[in-house]
Write a protein that binds this ligand. Structure first.
Ligand code: PSU
Ligand code: MN
Length: 310
């Protein structure tokens, strides 16, 4: 790798060189999205699910200022356990790299590093988006701008339910980010399958996702795509019940004056407490579900790139 800020694991650079399927994974979900030690278990399981499909999983983080493309099990444990790991989005990366700090990467941060390394498929839980009341607060996740400019496909269970889903959809439309519903015509919203927000495009399989990705980038239409994969039916939470809980969590955040970077982690953890852990279980299952689909999409995309016949 010519980029001296990047440290790409050997099996990853080999796989990329040979156009073998590779899936990037973020680390903020580990450090800020789930409690220790469950976060370690989940991070390792996600990698295992992807590897069992013959795809190389690549968890991304910044350690001592190095953008790590692929973490060892020890590094995952270190990230998961350490207190005060920073959360790196686009604005943070140059500071963290120059000061040689440790940081977990958000969807935006992970997209940037994936793109530098040449990884086109990235699996997460839920993307950031336009927060409720953004008309006043201006709180719009940098994930959305990143999706408008960086060529990486993001497999998620939709924007997190804590957001304003209609505004998030409008924002993505304005910035030209395709949102493809996987076997659904409705925007999934993280903990549940149903948001009431319609999606214009439905895809039926991983191959269609790969074909749309390739078409987008062949046409030089810069930016990412969202493959919105609903949480499996058996883990989907009741939209009404979860909505009441989200409202409670949001008013608690307002009371405590939680803002900016702290808001999303605060809400996820509050919701976990208020649902007695049920939301964490849902979060874990939706990530596993996204990992399975993401691996399939990486396989199909690499087939297209290698121009292999089925
Ligand atoms: N998905 C999860 N848990 C998380 C996140 C995603 O299941 O914690 C993280 C992602 O890293 C995403 C971030 O980029 O939440 C959004 O944070 P913010 O709203 O501050 O941009
Ligand atoms: Mn924000």
């Amino acid at each position: 790798m010519t980029n001296s800020y990047l440290e790409v694991k050997e099996e990853v650079s080999k796989a990329l060189h040979e156009h073998q399927p590779v899936v990037a994974l973020e680390s903020t979900i580990i450090t800020h999205g789930m409690p220790y030690p469950k976060n370690v278990e989940v991070a390792l399981n996600v990698e295992k699910i992807i590897r069992e499909k013959g795809v190389i999983p690549v968890t991304i983080a910044v350690i001592n200022g190095k953008m790590k493309v692929g973490l060892s099990a020890d590094e995952i444990e270190f990230m998961a356990k350490s207190k005060n790991i920073l959360k790196a989005s686009r604005m943070d990366l140059p500071v963290i790299v120059a000061k040689k700090l440790n940081a977990a990467t958000t969807v935006a941060g992970t997209m940037i590093i994936s793109n530098l390394a040449g990884i086109r498929v990235f699996v997460t839980g839920g993307i950031g988006g336009v927060h409720r009341n953004a008309q006043q607060t201006f709180d719009i996740s940098a994930d959305l701008q990143e999706l408008s400019k960086t060529n990486v496909a993001v497999i998620s269970a939709g924007p997190k339910a804590i957001l304003d889903l209609n505004l998030t959809k409008e924002y993505l439309e304005t910035f030209g980010v395709p949102v493809l519903g996987f076997k659904t015509e409705e925007l999934p919203c993280f903990y549940s399958r149903n948001s009431g927000v319609n999606l214009p495009y439905k895809i039926e399989n991983a191959r269609q996702a790969a074909q749309i990705m390739k078409a987008k980038w062949d046409l030089d239409l810069k930016g990412g795509l969202i493959i919105a994969n609903p949480i499996p039916e058996e883990y989907s939470m009741d939209t009404k019940i979860i909505e009441e809980i989200i409202e409670k969590a949001i008013s608690e955040a307002e009371k405590q004056n939680i803002k900016g970077k702290e808001l999303t982690p605060f809400l996820l953890s509050k919701i976990k407490d208020l649902t007695k852990g049920e939301s964490l279980e849902a979060n874990i299952e939706l990530v596993y579900n996204n990992a399975r689909l993401g691996a399939d999409i990486a396989i199909e995309y690499s087939k297209l790139i290698n121009q292999l016949k089925e």
